[in-house]
Design a protein around this ligand. Sequence first.
Ligand code: FAD
Length: 291
Amino acid sequence: MIPAAFDYVRAHSTDEALAALQQHGADARVLAGGQSLVPAMRFRLARPAVLVDINPIRDLDYVQMNGALTIGATTRDMTVERATWIKDAQWSLFHDVSRVVADPVVRQMATVVGSLCHNDPAGDWTTAALAARAEVIVRGAEGERTVPIDEFLVDSFTTAVGDGEMAVAARFPLPGDRSAGSYQKVERKVGDFATAAAAVQITLDANGTIQQAGIALSAAGPCAVRVAEAEALLAGQKPSADAIRAAAEAATRKSEPQGDLRGSVEYKKHLAGVLVARGVRQALARLGVQA
Ligand SMILES: Cc1cc2nc3c(=O)[nH]c(=O)nc-3n(C[C@H](O)[C@H](O)[C@H](O)COP(=O)(O)OP(=O)(O)OC[C@H]3O[C@@H](n4cnc5c(N)ncnc54)[C@H](O)[C@@H]3O)c2cc1C
C-alpha cells in the first residue's frame, strides 16, 4: 500500500520543527528515523496530515558524556553502537541492547529517542531506559521539561509528548564504578521484535552488596514494564542464588504478555523469569561476582 496524502515540512532547527508542530497540533507527527512511522503510514495505521522531518537538525545529532549520558533526538542507533565507551562494563546494558535492536540496516536510520517516542510494547530501548532510570527532555511552547522514563511511557504507542511538543534528547545517569548491566532477548530470528526480553542494571557498594538494581521487561505488558518488586528484593542483598531466584519469580508474576505467533502467554511469562535470572547473573559476572 502507499500512504495517505500528507504535507511535508523539512525542519532545519528545533525552533522550526516546534513552529510546525504547534501550527498543526494533533495533525502533525515528527519524522525521525522513519523505521516505524513510515511502515505504519504505508499500512495506513498512521495517517498524519503533516510530517515534520527533524533529520536535518544537525545539533540534535550528538552523544554527550557530561555528568550524564545525553543522546540527541536525531542520533542513530548505529552511532551509539559504535561508541568507544560502550565497551566499558558500566555501559554493558547499552552494549547488549545496541546489537539486538532490529538489524544493522534498520539501525543505520533508527534513533534511540525515536524508539522511546514510538513506545512499542516489544521495544528494546524503552526497556533498557527503564532499567537505566532514564529521563526524556521534551520541548514545547512553554519551554523544556524533563520527564522520568516511568512517566514518559504512558501506554502502548503513547508517551508524555503532547501536541506541539517534541522530545529533544534522552538522558541516562552515569552508572557507578561498580555497575554493570545485561540485556537478554529471545527473538525468533535476527531482526525480529522480542518474544520476551529483560534489561538489568546492577550497582554494588564497596562491600559487594547490591546497592541498586534496575529490572525491566519487554513484551510483557502494554509497554515496557519495571519490575519494582524484583528491584526491591535485590537491593540491600549480597548476590546469591536465592536472591536471584526471588527476583526471577517476581518478574514472572509481573509479566502480563499477549499470546501471539511469537509464543503463548505461559511461555512468555516463563521467559520473563528466566531472562531476568540470566541478566542478573551476567551483570554480576561482568563485575567479577559469581552467584
Ligand atoms: C524491520 C524492522 C525491525 C525492527 N525491529 C525492532 C526491534 O527488534 N526492537 C525495537 O525496539 N525496534 C525495532 N524496530 C523499530 C525501530 O527500532 C524503530 O526505528 C524505532 O522504534 C523508531 O525509531 P525511528 O527513529 O525510526 O522513529 P520514527 O519511525 O521516525 O518515529 C516513530 C514514532 O515516534 C515519534 N517520534 C520520533 N522521534 C520523535 C521525537 N524526537 N519527538 C516526538 N516524537 C517522535 C514519531 O512521530 C512516530 O510516531 C524495527 C523496525 C523495523 C523496520
